[in-house]
Design a protein around this ligand. Structure first.
Ligand code: ATP
Length: 575
């Protein structure tokens, strides 16, 4: 994390350039005020215009140089910062990916967005309002005091003391005062973002349940909390500004008081009194941002801690392993497999044994909560099993990189996500270079052809955020088309016909079975439709295999599967 915060060589070079140009900006200000002070003081003595011309040129030069340097400093410092933020966002996403889905259920989606967007954004204060100002202040303070020690030693120590007081002691005080405010702003902002994201996601449910007003009140409360924190933070920021300016003005007064006797004694020319006072005042331009640095450090620290809390997590599965599964047919062998989601919870699966050689069609059925999707998650290495064995082509599945396994398996999950893109793009995610004929075949296989032909924009119709612009059944069929398109030797379909009417379900199922060809198929389903053609059916109950066998054998047994089948038949007849 610290490495990514430091940035690449290019951003470090940009940052160094920003600090250098920032220091030149302050020097240009010192030069401008010193030359102006000399010009005004000297002009009061009515010298010839020729005597003033050098100072006039100096004023012009420093005025222009200051404007150009300020622009350059702002440009390079923001460029370096935004490049760093972009790197941090990409890095954060790559750290998040291996955590899904096992590590993320405990983190609300809105909170995750807040960490990815608002917290990363807050880190810009670390660079723009803390790191760069401190670096510029150090460069300017050291060179100014060094120059004074050479030119006017009587001034060096008082100015160094003033710099230390305003640039170090005051920020420490402000940091104590602003600690809670900085953290409070970050936390309150995350809370507000979380409840806004939650409300937007659940807009329909809130309206249907008549809870919109209550949710609006929650958002208003989170907003009020953020405003209160920001007000406290503003008080601290204003106080730090005021005290910084006070420190600067007191230093200028002290310089005039110290220089007065020197002028009276003839050791310092009168015209230089204003020059010295204004030059010291101008050099404070580098010191004045320092009191606020402490506050911004606290805010960015809080954001940093929230990001580190996520990125510091160990993925549930070790991502190391062979980066590719063998091309060609795959075989899963599961033997006495047991798994629980956490060490202190009871096993969700116990003693599961089955095999999935190439081309086998396996159905997994069972009541809700029996452990069907968990078993699918273990085959995809979302989690690692506890006991027993799970082999892929004879090798422990834990020896493969999780991404390699997922590339080899085509999945329809229960909670399919559709991106806010066209139907075409949502399907082509599975195989971006698919030929139009392949795409049409997948569309037909998922029984989407009629639906798409009725749409004025056909495949180019937008599905909306998470498929909100299509029905639940259509969304599931788009997901199925996506899975059918993916060139993978294993199909793992978790409720692929959810949301379809009985007739459509029968057609889609028969197409799936036909087009599976030589691929292995794992079909997880509640609806016992089309199971006659499956090679084996696992009937799960409370995480264990209650029955296992072919459709006809299970019916003959008149056990749990027969009861489920009979009950479903009765229900279908009634309906
Ligand atoms: N991420 C998780 N953390 C802890 N427990 C979980 C998690 N996911 C599922 N469970 C629990 O594991 C058990 C099995 O869940 P699973 O989703 O595998 O059942 P299922 O048979 O697929 O159910 P359904 O048919 O309703 O989808 C349930 O008791 C569930 O509450």
């Amino acid at each position: 994390m610290y490495k990514i915060l430091a940035g690449s060589h290019r951003t470090l070079l940009l940052a160094a350039a920003a600090c250098l140009i920032g220091s030149f900006t302050v020097y240009a200000n010192v030069g401008l005020l010193a030359a102006s002070a000399w010009l005004i003081s000297a002009a009061a003595l009515h010298p010839s215009v020729a005597e003033l011309s050098v100072a006039i040129v100096g004023v012009r030069f420093f005025g222009l140089a200051r404007a150009i340097c300020r622009y350059g400093e702002r440009y390079t410092s923001h460029d370096a910062t935004f490049r760093l933020l972009a790197d941090i966002r990409v890095w954060l996403y790559t750290r998040l990916e291996p955590l899904a889905p096992a590590n993320l259920p405990g983190v609300a989606k809105g909170d995750l967005f807040s960490r990815l967007v608002a917290d990363v954004e807050t880190l810009q204060f670390f660079y723009l309002r803390a790191a760069f100002p401190v670096a510029i202040a150090v460069v300017v303070a050291v060179t100014t005091v060094g120059l004074l020690a050479w030119l006017a030693p009587w001034l060096a120590w008082p100015v160094a003391g003033a710099f230390l007081l305003t640039g170090c002691v005051l920020p420490i005080g402000i940091s104590r005062l602003g600690r809670e405010a900085g953290q409070g702003v970050v936390e309150a902002r995350a809370k507000l973002n979380g409840s806004l994201a939650d409300s937007l996601e659940g807009l329909t449910e809130l309206a249907a349940l008549g809870r919109s007003e209550r949710q609006a009140a929650c958002i208003a409360a989170a907003n009020a909390e953020l405003t209160a924190c920001q007000e406290r933070a503003n008080v601290v920021a204003s106080l730090s500004d005021a005290l910084g300016t006070l420190g600067m003005n007191l230093t200028v007064i002290a310089v005039i008081i110290l220089a007065g006797p020197l002028v009276a004694a003839g050791q310092l020319e009168g015209v230089y009194l204003a020059v010295v006072a204004l030059a010291v005042q101008a050099s404070f331009e580098a010191i004045l941002p320092l009191p606020a640095v402490a506050y911004y450090l606290q805010e960015s620290n809080a954001a940093f801690a929230r990001i580190a809390a996520i990125t510091g997590q160990q993925p549930a599965v070790n991502a190391a392993g062979i980066p590719a599964v063998p091309s060609g047919p795959l075989e899963f062998s599961v033997n006495r497999l047991s798994f629980s989601y956490s060490p202190d919870s009871p096993p969700v699966l116990s003693n599961i044994t089955f095999s999935l050689p190439p081309g086998k069609r396996l159905a997994i059925v069972g009541a809700s909560g029996a452990g069907k999707s968990t078993l699918a998650g273990l085959l995809l290495r979302f989690w690692d099993y506890d006991r027993g064995s799970l082999l892929l082509n004879g090798r422990d599945i834990r020896g493969y990189e999780p991404a390699a396994i997922r590339r080899a398996v085509s999945v329809v999950s229960q909670d399919t996500y559709l991106f806010n893109a066209t139907i075409r793009d949502n399907i082509l995610i599975a195989k971006p270079d698919a030929a139009p004929a392949e795409l049409n075949q997948a569309v037909a296989g998922a029984m989407l052809t009629d639906f798409i032909e009725r749409l004025p924009r056909g495949l180019d119709t937008l599905t909306g955020q998470n498929g909100l612009a299509v029905s639940g059944g259509e969304r599931q069929r788009i997901a199925l088309a996506r899975a059918l398109l993916k060139p993978a030797p294993v199909w793992l379909l978790d409720e692929p016909t959810a949301g379809l009417d009985a007739q459509a379900e029968a057609v889609v199922m028969s197409h799936i079975l036909r087009s599976a060809g030589t691929r292995s198929l794992v079909l997880i389903t509640h609806r016992l439709v089309g199971l006659e053609t499956m090679d084996e059916i696992l009937v799960l109950a409370d995480g264990q295999i209650a029955e296992q066998g072919a459709f006809a054998d299970l019916l003959k047994k008149k056990g749990l599967f027969y009861q489920m089948w009979a009950l479903q038949g009765d229900l279908l007849n009634i309906s």
